[in-house]
Design a protein around this ligand. Structure first.
Ligand SMILES: Cc1cc2nc3c(=O)[nH]c(=O)nc-3n(C[C@H](O)[C@H](O)[C@H](O)COP(=O)(O)OP(=O)(O)OC[C@H]3O[C@@H](n4cnc5c(N)ncnc54)[C@H](O)[C@@H]3O)c2cc1C
Length: 408
């Protein structure tokens, strides 16, 4: 085996950002190689809720906020229209890819749902509340008409206005798996700590093998929170404290956001199946954001209370709860609003990139490729044959399948 390999682009980090970029670059003829240090998606991607946000999320959550952010992001009126267009374009790119007709072939990725629901809880109607907040629930922007509450949600006790969002929810493990299979030859595992030498070379290490020196013309870091180690990259990190519920009597098809008066939904619920077949509810939104400093026991008490308040008929008798504290890397903010574009930063021939959300990953890949082209990089034929028997990383497992979790 050769101990040195010249390539166009080395990508460090195999979450959704690195994997999408790898596919995009290779589809355009670039000799790209992705280097993963642990498991594919072992960071934010496998811990995400899998929601793709279109403009409806932005609009409806904006209504709840009085103006502002979507189920995952947002902005004020002028910028809002622009963000809506971008969000719709990105959702459309995802849809095309999921049907196998887009720039990246995602046919075979499991969609947990084609729809998301969004509901507005009824305000407490005390005379005092009405006096203090007379206009609180008046939407600041036009919103689609609510639908009759779907049986699923009314069985859980939802009785406010409900909106149906035509936006998919993905099984992110299957998303990672599809990339791992389709791009196998261009994804390698590095067992050592990753060192980028001053001439841009990276030593690829694996037990009982001679190191291989990768010599990329450009290097792109899509290493999630680890991008923060690049001191020149303005990475912003936000901790969230997610709740995981495992229950025999929970329905397995709830994908819904409960609006708050603020920019983030009060609660976002997605449903999943654990490896042992049990139903999982994964809870994010304001509950997870506000809980970042809570102790686990305190956070679990609050989560039970919030579920009982918002879904009073949910059967939580046998439910077990646990939490996941995780750091989320954000995109840049426009005028202090939620991120509406991916972060891309450059230092010489090294780029750091982070999407801010799954939804924005196609935009990130496009931005990186444009930057490489602007800097004169042209595709060159590269054979990855010398790495044909190099170890490949596995795909990460869902947080709820971690055997170390303590359920309460
Ligand atoms: C709890 C939570 C819920 C979310 N829900 C949603 C959602 O519903 N919808 C949405 O659009 N977005 C959501 N997001 C955001 C979304 O998940 C992230 O923006 C996205 O997954 C980031 O992908 P990434 O590839 O940049 O990073 P990551 O997924 O963190 O991947 C980074 C990769 O780099 C690897 N790595 C790190 N250091 C090295 C190194 N030195 N060498 C080699 N490899 C390395 C890691 O092992 C990992 O595989 C959520 C995020 C969180 C935390």
């Amino acid at each position: 085996m050769s101990d040195s390999l010249n390539i166009d682009v080395a990508i460090v980090g195999g979450g959704i950002a690195g994997l999408w970029l790898l596919s995009h670059l290779r589809a355009h003829g670039y000799g790209a190689l992705l280097i993963e240090g642990r498991r594919l998606g072992q960071g934010q991607t496998i811990a995400s809720q899998g929601l793709i946000y279109g403009s409806s999320s932005y609009t409806l959550a904006g209504a709840g906020a009085g103006a502002g952010a979507g189920a995952g992001a947002g902005a004020g009126a002028g910028a809002g229209a622009e963000i809506d267009r971008t969000a719709d374009k990105l959702t459309e790119i995802w849809r095309r890819c999921l049907t196998g007709s887009g720039e990246v072939d995602l046919s075979g990725v499991r969609q947990l749902s084609q729809l998301q629901y969004l509901w507005m809880p009824k305000p407490r109607s005390s005379w005092l509340n009405r006096l203090i907040h007379p206009f609180k629930r008046k939407p600041a922007i036009a919103i689609p008409t609510g639908i009759d509450c779907p049986a699923l949600l009314s069985q859980l006790g939802v009785d406010g206005a409900v909106y149906q969002l035509d936006e998919p929810v993905l099984d992110v493990a299957s998303l990672l798996q599809v990339f791992a299979e389709r791009q196998r030859e261009a994804i390698v595992l590095n067992r050592g700590s990753l060192v980028l030498s001053s001439d841009g070379a990276i030593a690829l290490l694996a037990p009982e093998r001679n190191p291989v020196t990768i010599r990329p013309r450009w290097c792109v870091f899509t290493a999630g929170v680890e991008n923060a180690a690049l001191v020149w990259a303005p990475v912003k990190i936000r901790t969230v404290h997610m709740i995981i519920v495992r229950g025999k009597h929970l329905p397995d098809n709830v994908y819904a956001h409960c609006l708050s008066d603020g920019a983030t939904p009060r609660l976002t619920i997605t449903s999943h199946r654990a490896a042992d077949g049990s139903v999982i509810w994964y809870l994010g939104g304001q509950l997870a954001e506000e809980g970042k400093r809570r102790r686990v026991s305190q956070h679990l008490r609050e989560a039970r209370r919030e579920l009982t308040r918002l879904l009073p008929k949910a059967d939580l008798k046998d439910a077990q709860f646990t939490t996941l504290r995780i750091r989320r890397v954000e995109g840049p903010r426009t005028e202090g609003k939620h991120p509406d574009k991916p972060g891309v930063s450059q230092n010489g021939k090294v780029i750091a990139a982070w999407p801010g959300s799954l939804t924005m990953v196609p935009m990130l890949a496009e931005a990186v490729v444009q930057r490489l082209e602007r800097n004169g990089l042209r595709p060159a034929a590269v054979s990855l044959e010398p790495l044909a028997d190099w170890p490949r990383p596995e795909v990460a497992s869902y947080p709820w399948d971690n055997e170390q979790l303590v359920w309460q």
